[in-house]
Design a protein around this ligand. Structure first.
Ligand code: ZN
Length: 370
């Protein structure tokens, strides 16, 4: 299965897709509020069939405009909420019997700005060339078809982001597999760091581009403009969208750099070992810097790239010591402090760069991810 993403071109009628999303949000609101009321009165939640029957009745009485929405989509909203309730109650049982300790929350009412997608499973749309027709709107929308998709279309999702841009996601199955890259019989361990983004076990160092720092000024200006505006005024919304656009721009540049770096590594090495990340702990240690460097995002992009081109990603266990042991003899240097960039092993006398030593240890401890 593959997902292809296309941006809708900026035309005045895309606002109609936004209206469709908002209409479905009103269905979402109505069902969840109904469930709350029902629970207050009867002490249980209403079943899916009951909700669906109720919706049919509403279409005849107080909500005739819902008839203009595809009934399959309305059903989908109800089904998703019902699944949420089932997961919530199953989880309560599971925690009682001790099957799990993880807690699943009750389905929440989403505010309008967090409700941002519609999904077509089989019917209700048509795609011809670079145009998507939505039957219930009787309108077509152009998207930038920068590449062809392969396989057969399973479902189609339209998403609206914070900036107000619309994207088309086409999920296909039975896609043509991508071409694998030739094997090079090289392998490498990689250590993430705050100063250098990546240190490889062969000594290569890749500096962090620090997009966030470069754009910090733009963010500060945008934030300041927002805080000077009257809350919920037109100017406030404009400033908020601008701030979202600045953030989106940084994220785009960062992701682009990540994909290019991952491809470079995958071309050169057959297997790459990384450590299992403890992101919460890193945030506490380094503060803002971590969201800048976004190791987690890079790790998942690297995993995806490895799988695509037929290379292997190895992961060292979360509790593996990587910094202190000597990669040559295994002696633990307990005296190593955070400021020591270089050190010499007391046992075997080999001289280490702190990060390269860690990268070698990661390579030695790495096991393939399933
Ligand atoms: Zn040693």
């Amino acid at each position: 299965m593959k997902t292809y993403k296309y941006e809708f071109s900026h035309q005045s009628n895309v606002i109609q897709i936004g209206n469709l999303i908002d209409d479905l949000h009103s269905v979402h609101l109505h069902i969840l509020r109904l469930q709350r009321r029902y629970y207050r009165i009867y002490g249980k939640y209403a079943s899916l069939s009951r909700i669906l029957k109720h919706i049919t009745k509403l279409k005849r009485t107080t909500k005739p405009h819902w008839n203009a929405l595809p009934s399959q989509m309305i059903q989908d909203v109800a089904i998703r909420i019902d699944l949420g309730y089932q997961r919530f109650f199953d989880n309560i049982e599971d925690r009682k019997t001790g099957k799990t300790t993880r807690k699943v929350g009750k389905p929440k009412i989403k505010p309008n700005h967090k409700y941002k997608s519609v999904t077509f499973t089989q019917a209700g749309y048509k795609i011809e060339g670079n145009r998507l027709t939505i039957n219930c709107l009787k309108k077509s929308f152009t998207f930038w078809k920068h590449r062809d998709w392969t396989g057969s279309i399973k479902k189609v999702t339209i998403k609206r982001d914070n900036v107000g841009d619309y994207y088309l996601y086409i999920v296909c199955e039975d896609c043509e597999p991508s071409e694998k890259l030739p094997l090079t019989s090289h392998e490498a361990g990689a250590d993430f760091g705050s100063k250098t983004f990546l240190t490889l076990s062969d000594g290569t160092k890749i500096a962090s581009p620090e997009f966030y720092k470069q754009s910090l000024k733009a963010i500060r200006v945008a934030n300041k403009a927002l805080s000077g505006k009257q809350y919920l005024s037109n100017g406030w919304y404009r400033a908020k969208r601008h701030l979202a656009r600045v953030h989106k721009d940084i994220a785009n540049r960062r992701r682009d750099w990540f994909f290019k770096l991952a491809l470079r590594l995958v071309r050169k090495y057959d297997s790459i070992a990384i450590e299992t990340l403890n992101l919460e702990g890193m945030k506490r240690l380094w503060g803002r810097k971590v969201s800048d460097i976004a190791f987690g995002e890079f790790a998942s992009i690297l995993e995806w790239t490895c799988a695509k081109y037929g290379k292997t990603l190895l992961k060292a266990g979360r509790w593996t010591a990587t910094t202190k042991p000597c990669s040559n003899c295994g002696y633990h240097n307990e005296k190593l402090s955070l400021s020591d960039r270089q050190w010499t092993c007391r046992n075997c006398g080999s001289h280490h760069d702190r990060d390269v030593n860690a990268a070698i240890n990661i390579l030695q401890a790495g096991v393939p991810v399933s």
